[in-house]
Design a protein around this ligand. Structure first.
Ligand code: PEP
Length: 254
């Protein structure tokens, strides 16, 4: 692993104020895992409360709107998220692409808005089971990412991460194999270098997401080219999430 492992929890639509104790426990435990960068993206309603409690972990959002403000009932802008204490935003998650019909162009516009608001971006990508069965996974991910990522990042590479999340692995208990992950992370790194140049392209972190658990994290995080993990279900309790952070510490030491 090239940089400090980045372990990010995506709480999806889970969590009321009752879960603040879990966030607090994650934050306290993260203080014992200083070699790992730990972050969580709770629902919008918990961003500010978690931010107020957190001493160690960064708090982020799971989406943002692409416009700065205006007549967009029910939407939340990147600046509002930043104002609530968010430091990053997850964009292009497969659940948003599927359930909200988000196109690559829209996801790119959101990334531009987020970076302009000073947020870090975790850009998700990943193929469906059908696309993989057809042998088109690599071509699909390259095309999706090329169209979703900001075309230029100037010197903002540290602000950008890519999360490879094969749709068939998200929330299924069926994580991708180390071979699948190594191949796709290599492809993504080459794409980043071709888009942003050798120096900037090498700085963007590439996370794996899809059924990461404390049980498989050590194996996944020691795969070549994996800089961290985006974790859904297993990020909802401090015990399981910090089990993954511990595995990241060990993978980093090995
Ligand atoms: C996710 O939603 O980003 C995710 C990876 O979920 P899970 O870990 O539950 O597969």
């Amino acid at each position: 692993m090239s940089s400090r492992p980045y372990i990010v929890g995506n709480w999806k639509m889970h969590g009321t104020r009752a879960m603040l104790s879990e966030a607090r426990a994650i934050d306290r435990a993260a203080q014992r895992h200083m070699k790992v960068e730990v972050a969580i993206a709770p629902p919008y309603t918990l961003i500010h409360p978690v931010h107020r409690e957190a001493e160690q972990i960064a708090v982020g959002a799971q989406d943002c709107h692409e416009q700065e403000g205006g007549a967009f009932t029910g939407e939340i802008s990147a600046a509002m998220i930043a104002d609530a204490g968010a430091k990053f935003v997850i964009l292009g998650h497969s659940e948003r692409r599927t359930h909200h019909g988000e196109s690559d162009a829209l996801v790119r516009a959101k990334a531009d808005a987020a970076l302009a608001a000073g947020l870090r971006v975790i850009m998700c990508c990943g193929e469906s089971a059908k696309t993989r069965e057809m042998g088109r996974a690599v071509a699909f991910v390259k095309k999706q990412l090329k169209a979703s990522l900001p075309p230029q990042i100037e010197s903002a590479a540290e602000k950008l991460s890519v999360a490879y999340e094969p749709i068939w692995a998200v929330g299924t208990g069926n994580a991708a194999t180390p071979d699948n992950i190594a191949e796709m992370h290599g492809v993504i790194r080459a794409l980043l270098v071709s888009l942003y140049g050798e120096e900037q392209g090498a700085k963007v972190r590439i996370l794996y997401g899809g059924s990461v658990t404390p049980g498989n994290a050590a194996e996944i995080l020691s795969v070549d080219g994996v800089d961290g993990a985006l974790v859904g279900g297993a990020s909802l309790t401090a015990d399981s999430f910090m089990g993954i952070a511990l595995a990241a510490t060990e993978a980093d030491d090995s």
